[in-house]
Design a protein around this ligand. Structure first.
Ligand SMILES: Cc1cc2nc3c(=O)[nH]c(=O)nc-3n(C[C@H](O)[C@H](O)[C@H](O)COP(=O)(O)OP(=O)(O)OC[C@H]3O[C@@H](n4cnc5c(N)ncnc54)[C@H](O)[C@@H]3O)c2cc1C
Length: 501
């Protein structure tokens, strides 16, 4: 009898609960990775993220083999073929147990349910572990036993619960006596992705859990203490850059948290950098929990039902200018060009470009959500959907619709010398630090080749506020006069308390 572990977005050996549990049976372990073509066509996924998975699998097959765990890879065309393919594998290899780490979006839950049923019907014991989050969904509840809709009380409760947990990452899997079957070769792995668009971004994003752990250690040792003051400055590498590794599961949130707590001797509030970074990990967790508690978000639905009536504009030409970074608003263009070139975008800029698309161009957040997933190497359904719905004021804990970032004042505040803009919009490099944020306002106007703003920021902001107000159920509090989200007390630059970044 052999144990099977089905790997998905958990491509690592260390602190992998499903892999660990399978190895603990000490009866031989086969790991399997299934590539489904329909997933790639039905759900947007960036070619860089596909290639990131391919590169991780290359490393993983060798690492697993060192532990005498064989990696098998399967390619299927349709989602409905996944369960039968795994059932066949289980039959062929005398599998007694199958372990996998939970994935929470609705389609993944349905897929796993099919696998569960088919394997159980054939006598296999199936175990689902929780790995993607520190606290499993359904556990962070308010007094009434219902899910939180607002981040701050969720975070308070989450911290209470997490402080009671051991939070020790599980060990790497035990070495097995012998390889139960040959491991996938490099060609087998490459064959999984044949015919699909791949994009090699290995220079900015080298693969492997060793790289992820080293980046984590470096961030915690060098940058964590300054995180609070640096994290909003896109020209500075002040954030961890760990999102691609967390998204593909080369790193776990427990490992991230454990590294911080080990540095601080268990102090969750050692300084503002520490508590703010932990807060970001909790935002990540909040969004993962939301897709379970509010599964309608997995069906292209707005979290706040009344906002479904917002008359989003069908404006493909404007959408194309946004995608290409040719809006005439330098910080927006720099951000979109960073995304297109590197498969990643700074968090502050994700919020800015998302608000610009939805609030100034009044283009449906779902268009932006999809484009992000098509480009991001860290594409993660829950975080992306949560971020888009937050920015569009359609989501839970949404930014009140009347608070709309002004990209020019944001640019002056967070890229004061225009370094980030100069890097990504070289046609503006010659402008002064003052002019670079709004070249159309400079006496000489924008340099040749750079467009004038595609939209009037003030007028579009007013129009959007009026449209949201007409939807009826405006959030209580706030005022029409509010613009940027206010700074957090004491920071002078940070966001307000309900702000994911
Ligand atoms: C519109 C929009 C779309 C987004 N799409 C994604 C996505 O597809 N995948 C993704 O991982 N993040 C997404 N985010 C969240 C955030 O922008 C990125 O996680 C962050 O920029 C990653 O950089 P970092 O690893 O240096 O983060 P750090 O600042 O170092 O934060 C540490 C980790 O916390 C998590 N995190 C940080 N901020 C957030 C947040 N606001 N929401 C959820 N998790 C967070 C990430 O896993 C991140 O790696 C999105 C945000 C917005 C506004």
């Amino acid at each position: 009898m052999t144990a099977l572990v089905w790997l998905r977005n958990d491509l690592r050996l260390h602190d992998n609960p499903a892999l660990h549990a399978a190895a603990e049976l000490r009866q031989g372990v086969i790991a399997v990775y299934v590539h489904c073509d329909a997933y790639v066509t039905r759900f947007p996924i960036a070619p860089s993220r596909l290639d990131f998975a391919r590169r991780h699998l290359h490393l993983l097959t060798t690492e697993l083999a060192r532990h005498h765990i064989a990696l098998q890879v399967l390619r299927v065309a349709q989602v409905s073929e996944i369960a039968p393919a795994l059932a066949r594998l289980a039959r062929d290899h005398g599998i007694s147990h199958c372990f996998f780490n939970a994935e929470y979006p609705l389609d993944e839950l349905n897929r796993d349910q099919q696998v569960n049923q088919l394997l159980r019907a054939q006598g296999v014991t199936v175990k689902r572990c929780h790995d993607r989050v520190v606290i499993p969904p359904g556990k962070v509840r308010n007094e009434a036993g219902t899910p939180y809709k607002v981040f701050t009380p969720y975070k308070r409760k989450w911290l209470q619960l997490a402080s009671l947990l051991p939070l020790r990452p599980v060990e790497a899997p035990a070495h097995q006596a012998a390889l139960p079957c040959p491991s996938a070769s490099a060609q087998d792995i490459d064959h999984l992705f044949e015919g699909q668009e791949l994009r090699d971004l290995s220079t900015p994003w080298p693969a492997g859990e060793a790289v992820a752990r080293a980046r984590l250690q470096r961030f915690v040792a060098q940058d964590l203490d300054h995180y609070q003051t640096q994290r909003d400055l896109p020209a500075v590498a002040g954030t961890s850059g760990l999102s691609p590794y967390l998204a593909i599961g080369a790193l776990s949130p427990r490992q991230a948290l454990a590294a911080v707590l080990s540095r601080t001797g268990g102090d969750w509030n050692a300084n503002a950098g520490v508590s703010t970074w932990i807060s970001e990990l909790i935002w990540r967790e909040f969004y993962q929990h939301l897709v379970v508690d509010y599964p309608q978000v997995c069906m292209h639905r707005a979290m706040q039902v009344h906002t479904e009536a917002f008359p989003w504009r069908q404006a493909p030409e404007d959408f194309a200018l946004w995608r290409q970074g040719r809006t005439g608003i330098p910080i927006i263009d720099a951000a979109m060009r960073q995304l297109n070139a590197t498969g990643w975008m700074h968090n502050r800029l994700r919020m800015l470009v998302a608000m610009f698309l939805t609030k100034n161009l009044q283009i449906d957040w779902r268009w932006g959500e999809r484009y992000f997933m098509e480009q991001l190497i860290d594409g993660d359904f829950a975080a992306n959907n949560g971020g888009w719905q937050w920015s569009a004021s359609t989501g839970t804990d949404a930014a009140p619709y009347f608070r709309i970032f002004n990209p020019i004042t944001q640019s002056q505040r967070f890229d004061p010398r225009g370094q980030f803009i100069r890097l990504w919009v070289p046609e503006l490099a010659g402008l002064s630090d003052k002019a670079i944020h709004a070249p159309h306002l400079a006496p000489s106007g924008p340099p040749p080749g750079y467009p004038a703003p595609m939209v009037d920021l003030g007028a579009s902001r007013k129009a959007t506020i009026a449209l949201f107000a007409s939807l009826g159920q405006a959030p209580a509090g706030g005022s029409d006069a509010a613009d940027d989200i206010p700074a957090a007390p004491g920071t002078g630059a940070g966001p307000g308390p309900h702000h994911p970044g």
